[in-house]
Design a protein. Structure first.
Lengths: 365, 374
């Protein structure tokens, strides 16, 4: 052991993407996907990922996404066929459906593992690919057994299940020949869970308040129909207007409910991503992430409002905003970024992984 | 031409400062401890993607990258090749094209929702084998039986009604149930199953009024409306996955909005079609459709009913608006009149059934037309 610890350089990740730049890529993707009845969607996905990865810079170099669109197209066609089958069976043959559902559950760990492997192998930096060495058994334990445990313990085991899933994903990730490690503890996930419960409680109180106000507004704004039926009453009451007011009041309350749920979910995302990306170590290089829950939630909520107002057109800017924030809060405390070596065996196995792309789970780093 | 940048061989993450020097038809990769000669025609330069630096390769494992995008562009011109997605990059670079694409996309989505998906769903609904519609109807009936009670109408009376109805058009399964909360209602569960509630039977003054309702439900059944609705929802789901598969999280919620909004309008069209079927059938058998109009009125004045999912029913007023106010289409041209019409318009848009007054008027108009031609 050397007495002098290796010097650490703080390498801040930078996101170079721009909303109007991505808008053009996105709209052309959409246009071509529609006129090709979905076939172009595989190329669109590759292009989108190449753009986002290629706009992310670490220590002067960008990431890359290496998937072959034809592979992805194959995977998608399988997925669409499976989806049609799933929906058909669910609607028209409900008795058989239960078996289909169980079969899908049984295949899930394998799909998750392949999806993780695909995403990892198709990501590269400085010409070296990432990799994933987890097996199906590990996936079954992480994604079936531990959630079952969470259910059996009435939710108390849920943060621990998250912890176990994170261990499965991160601890089997590789960059070149180097193994990744997660430095989170089970306790970290319980802390997140408590914070979320606190936020949910606060939001719940807010929603109750809104409900009470909503009921009050409703009482004031509407008239019971019986009054109108009573022909002896001379006064004309505008039930149309009343009903309209009721509709508006209901929509506003509903909107506030929706934003509250969105806020809670966004807070959960922020806490979880921040924890995971603050605790990855590869060959002595450590990640650090300083995402703030408040900033993240604000970005997500404003994004949603703007997307609703623009009928979805704001999406490219929304996605870039959130990505820029997240990447901008991530850094690597680097000991040696030049010493990584490619995993030769993995390079030849990169092909034929398209099955993992099938249900497009997008899990992974 | 010289292009300065970095080279990564693909074996390790240590960068090597290098230059690409173009000399006629050959290119030299030159750096410390690094010398390679490449044919200009072997260079692969990907199409522009936003402003991301392009990774130049030549069938090797690694890549060369430069921050000097303008020289890279000149190099692309020199090679005389365009990458396979060059035309896509060209589309992306032109803002006016982006706007055209935008308009087209919006139109395509609207078209699919308004015409494409319903038409396709209707086609498939009519092709469905009988076993499927039977299975659908029977399983929905089983589910409904959790909410409904056994009918209190005498079996003899039930069969009498069944025989009476079947003179005008038949459906394999006609059932009666006591509804309780559901109130006076009739439901079509699939192309083969129609359900009447006892309350509806008691509400009618005579058999002909019930016949009108039966024929409306028969319309739903024969025109395969239930199956069409289900298939439409499923088709939209698949289409959305294909087109928008890359949206994440809450964005997907937004994508179901057009369907929710469109569903009400679609449902109204189906109700009108069923009404038309009923009226046409009655007229074809020499019957006056007025009892059907009267029955609609009786249902409107009666207790409101709730509708279960994926079943089409006769009557479900969303709000209790006396017909007199709804029919005030020719209201005075003052503010109050206009506000009234506007809120009615908004409510009508979101109702699953057309306004009752409109339906009654349509029935009477059909009768009028026939009388006029006689």
């Amino acid at each position: 052991m050397s007495d002098n610890p290796a010097p650490v350089t703080q390498e801040h990740l930078v996101f170079h993407g721009e909303g109007q730049e991505y808008f053009r890529i996105w709209i052309v993707n959409l246009f071509l996907t529609i006129i090709t009845l979905g076939v172009y969607s595989a190329w669109a996905k590759v292009r989108t990922n190449k753009y986002f990865y290629g706009s992310t810079e670490l220590a002067g170099d960008r990431f890359d996404y290496l998937a072959d669109p034809l592979m992805i197209l194959k995977g998608r066609l399988i997925a669409v066929a499976a989806l049609i089958l799933y929906v058909t069976v669910q609607t028209f043959l409900p008795v058989v459906f239960i078996f289909v559902f169980l079969a899908a559950l049984a295949v899930l760990p394998w799909i998750i593992m392949r999806s993780l492997r695909f995403r990892a192998m198709m990501t590269s930096w400085r010409g070296i690919r990432f990799g994933f060495a987890g097996d199906v058994r590990g996936a079954a334990i992480a994604y079936l057994a531990w959630p079952l445990f969470a259910v059996l313990t009435l939710g108390i085991g849920l943060p621990y299940a998250w912890y176990k899933q994170n261990q499965y994903v991160i601890n089997h990730y590789q960059f070149g020949r180097s193994q990744a490690h997660s430095t989170t503890t089970g306790g970290d996930f319980y802390v997140i869970a408590f914070i979320i419960m606190g936020i949910a409680l606060g939001a719940g109180l807010l929603m109750m308040l809104v409900s009470v106000l909503g009921v009050f507004v409703t009482e004031v704004a509407t008239v019971t129909p019986d009054v109108v039926q009573n022909e002896s009453l001379e006064v004309e009451i505008d039930t149309d207007q009343a009903a309209f007011n009721l509709g508006v009041a209901t929509s506003v309350v509903f909107g506030i409910y929706f934003l509250s749920y969105l806020g809670i979910y966004a807070a959960y995302q922020a806490l979880r991503y921040s924890l995971i990306y603050n605790n990855i170590e590869i060959a002595g290089n450590r990640t650090a992430n300083s995402v703030s829950v408040f900033s993240w939630v604000m970005i997500v909520v404003v994004n949603m409002l703007l997307m609703v107002v623009t009928l979805g057109l704001y999406y490219p800017w929304a996605r870039v905003r959130l990505t820029r924030y997240f990447i901008g809060q991530t850094r690597v405390d680097a000991v040696d970024l030049d010493g990584f070596v490619a995993d030769e065996a993995a390079v030849t196995n990169a092909l034929g992984e398209e099955v993992g792309e099938v249900f497009d789970l997008g899990i992974g780093i | 031409m010289r292009l300065a940048g970095k080279y990564y061989g693909g074996q390790g993450s240590a960068p090597q400062a290098a230059e690409l020097i173009v000399d006629g038809a050959t290119v030299r990769l030159s750096g410390q401890n690094l010398q390679q000669t490449i044919a200009l025609s072997d260079l692969q330069i990907p199409a522009a993607l936003g402003s991301t630096p392009r990774q130049i390769s030549w069938g090797n494992r690694g890549y060369f990258v430069s921050q000097d995008e303008s020289t890279v562009a000149r190099l692309v011109a020199l090679t005389g090749k365009s990458s396979s997605l060059g035309w896509v990059a060209w589309l992306e670079q032109c803002l006016s094209i982006a706007l055209v694409a935008l308009v087209f996309t919006g139109a395509a989505i609207w078209f699919a929702l308004a015409y494409g998906v319903p038409a396709l769903a209707a086609q498939v609904a009519h092709q469905l084998p009988d076993e499927v519609t039977e299975a659908l109807g029977n399983s929905t009936l089983q589910t409904l039986d959790n909410l409904l009670d056994v009918s209190e109408i005498e079996l003899a009376e039930q069969n009498r009604l069944r025989n009476y109805f079947r003179q005008y058009g038949s459906v394999p399964v006609i059932e009666f149930r006591k509804a309780g909360r559901l109130g006076a209602n009739a439901l079509t569960l699939s192309g083969t199953v129609v359900v009447f509630t006892d309350e509806l039977v008691h509400l009618a003054d005579d058999d002909v009024q019930l016949l009108g309702v039966y024929l409306h439900e028969l319309g739903h059944a024969k025109l395969r409306h239930v199956e069409t609705s289900i298939l439409q929802d499923a088709a939209w789901l698949v289409l959305v996955s294909l087109w928008f598969g890359d949206f994440s999280g809450a964005g997907e919620l937004l994508l179901t909005l057009p369907l929710v909004v469109g569903q009400a309008a679609f449902s109204q069209d189906l109700e009108r079609a069923a009404d038309e079927y009923a009226v046409t059938t009655m007229l074809a058998h020499g019957l006056d459709p007025e009892p059907f109009a009267l029955m609609l009125q009786k249902l409107e004045d009666g207790v409101s009913a709730n509708e279960p999912d994926n079943a089409s029913d006769s009557e479900s007023p969303e709000q209790h608006v006396p017909p007199v106010m709804a029919e005030d289409a020719a209201a005075e041209d003052d503010e109050a009149g206009r506000d009234e019409r506007w809120s009615q318009v908004v409510f009508d848009y979101f109702s699953t059934h057309p306004a009752t007054a409109e339906r009654i008027a349509a029935v009477r108009a059909a009768r009028q037309k026939l009388n006029a031609t006689n």
